[in-house]
Design a protein around this ligand. Structure first.
Ligand code: HEM
Length: 479
């Protein structure tokens, strides 16, 4: 108590709702299940605070709301540690790039980067195109229906796209893709369950719950899926050590992805072992496919609700593809500048990852004047920043022109954070935009999407990933 007095004094100065003795803000979660975080946000918003605190069992979580303060944390090479909120994700992704820290994170990130170099991205377009074509075909029968639940369809397409390009493998009937798909969704649901109950942050309590046991079971299913792919790929890479020799041998039958790069690194200097490779493949699948499918689902929802903007997108598609039904090529996707703005604006309104957090390793004095002691958890509420009327006038309006070159010029670079920013930002940002443009353009060339409910009635759930309370349903009409 005594050595921590300065820390307590500093935290006390930060605004926040009333905190109870010892338990801090925990009673709000008991008294208002499912609503506490929203109440805290509204409290801070109504008072125009630059930040607010929520202390849970003595551990402060400071929510930053100003781009200037956020920049101090995210742009720093020192504050790259994540908080214990990410702890249970480790059951799935282990100590991969997403969840590790320090030297391990640095080495792994460097090792994995070539897997997303522009040359690699270009080679992935064929994979995205093939699965977009399958999805477009699948949507044909949906036109006969009065409505379609869209997320599972784009989600599966994204899973194929991410998995095949990252692992350099063509999935077939041996891969239990449906089992994997269901397990990832159940895993996300259980993570949300855990996150909304602060007392589950104590491992000894959480370890006794059926939720934890189920998470472990699901993690085994997810790992088995990845192990099967790795084992197959290992045979292909056997005997190779150098990238150029391997690439030379590669032919159109053999795909080449991040998994090949990691296996070659293992063969040549043993900097990573099998378990490490499994962690990274799981990390990329975890980080890549559900985020991208949320982005595509919300973009379709917006376009369905704003017919004029959908028409502009279609006009651009006509300019690039005409009436042909050929698959998109890399350059076509680069030329879709209006669709690019539409997706960016969609990610502003509906950021797939609505919040992230960091544990700062050194005391900082923020630009807004508060001193944050070392070892404090900082939460960055991306969703709130994207809806701040001071940063985005009329923030709930869907207006892709916010992302025209001119309009971006005067905006603070840390006011737009769908992919986070700084040294620990998203590695798959370009991948996601490319795959998103490929799948969305393929759908929109063939179909017009229509909304079945006013946008304002769509109820969001602001959890680990942004989602909706009720599934999004749209009507597909053949063009
Ligand atoms: C619309 C799609 C996506 C969104 C909105 C998104 C967003 C994010 C965000 C906000 C982070 C930072 C997380 C944090 O600090 O806690 C992140 C990290 C990461 N993302 Fe993405 N992401 C997307 C797609 C992808 C894709 C397609 C991949 C890979 C194929 C990917 C790979 C990663 C990785 C590896 C990290 C961890 C980086 C690190 O910790 O150094 N992401 N992403």
């Amino acid at each position: 108590w005594w050595p921590n007095r300065r820390r307590r004094e500093l935290i006390d100065k930060i605004p926040g709702p009333y905190h109870y003795p010892i338990l801090g803000a925990v009673p709000y979660f008991i008294l208002q299940p499912g609503k506490a975080w929203k109440e805290f946000r509204n409290y801070a918003k109504s008072r125009n605070y630059p930040m607010y605190k929520v202390v849970l069992f003595g551990a402060p979580y400071i929510h930053f709301l100003l781009p200037e303060d956020i920049e101090m944390v995210l742009s720093s090479r020192k504050h790259i540690n994540k908080t214990n909120v990410y702890e249970y994700i480790k059951l799935w992704v282990g100590q991969g790039i997403f969840s590790s820290a320090g030297e391990k994170w640095h080495t792994r990130r460097k090792m994995a980067s070539p897997g997303l170099f522009p040359k690699m991205l270009q080679s992935f377009v064929e994979i995205f195109g093939k699965h977009s074509e399958d999805l477009v075909e699948r949507l044909e029968e949906e036109c006969e229906k009065s409505s379609t639940e869209i997320q599972p369809l784009v989600s599966k397409c994204a899973l194929y796209g991410v998995c095949e390009s990252i692992t350099g493998t063509k999935l077939d009937n041996d891969n239990d893709i449906d089992g994997y798909f269901d397990a990832t969704h159940r895993f996300d649901t259980l993570l949300m369950h855990q996150l909304s109950r602060p007392w589950y942050m104590f491992f000894p309590i959480f370890a006794l719950t059926p939720t934890y046991r189920e998470l472990k079971r699901l993690a085994r299913t997810l790992h088995n899926f990845t192990w099967a792919i790795i084992k197959k790929k290992k045979k292909e890479v056997e005997g190779f050590e150098k990238l150029n020799e391997y690439e030379f041998e590669a032919n159109s039958e053999r795909r080449f992805g991040l998994l090949d790069i990691l296996l070659l690194a293992k063969n040549s200097d043993h900097v990573i072992d099998d378990e490490g490779i499994r962690e990274e493949v799981d990390t990329f699948l975890f980080a890549g496919y559900d985020t991208t499918s949320a982005m595509m689902t919300f973009t379709l929802l917006l376009l369905a609700s704003y017919g004029d903007i959908q028409q502009n997108v279609f006009n651009e598609l006509q300019d690039v593809f005409g009436d042909s039904d050929r698959q998109p090529e890399y350059q076509d996707l680069q030329n879709l500048s209006y669709l690019d703005k539409v997706i960016r604006e969609s990610l502003r309104l509906y950021p797939s990852v609505p919040a992230i957090s960091r544990r700062i390793t050194e005391e900082i004095t923020t630009r807004s004047g508060y001193v944050i002691p070392k070892d404090t958890n900082i939460n960055i509420r991306i969703f709130d920043i994207h809806h701040d009327p001071k940063l985005y006038p009329d923030p709930y309006k869907f207006d892709p022109e916010r992302f025209s070159i001119d309009n971006c010029k005067n905006r603070h670079p840390f006011a737009y954070l769908p992919f986070s920013a700084g040294p620990r930002s998203c590695m798959g940002r370009k991948f996601a935009m490319l795959m998103g443009k490929c799948i969305l353009s393929s759908i929109l060339r063939k179909y017009q999407v229509e909304a079945l409910q006013p946008l304002e009635t769509v109820r969001l759930m602001n959890h680990a990933l942004l989602t909706t309370k009720e599934p999004i349903r749209l009507k597909f009409v053949r063009r």
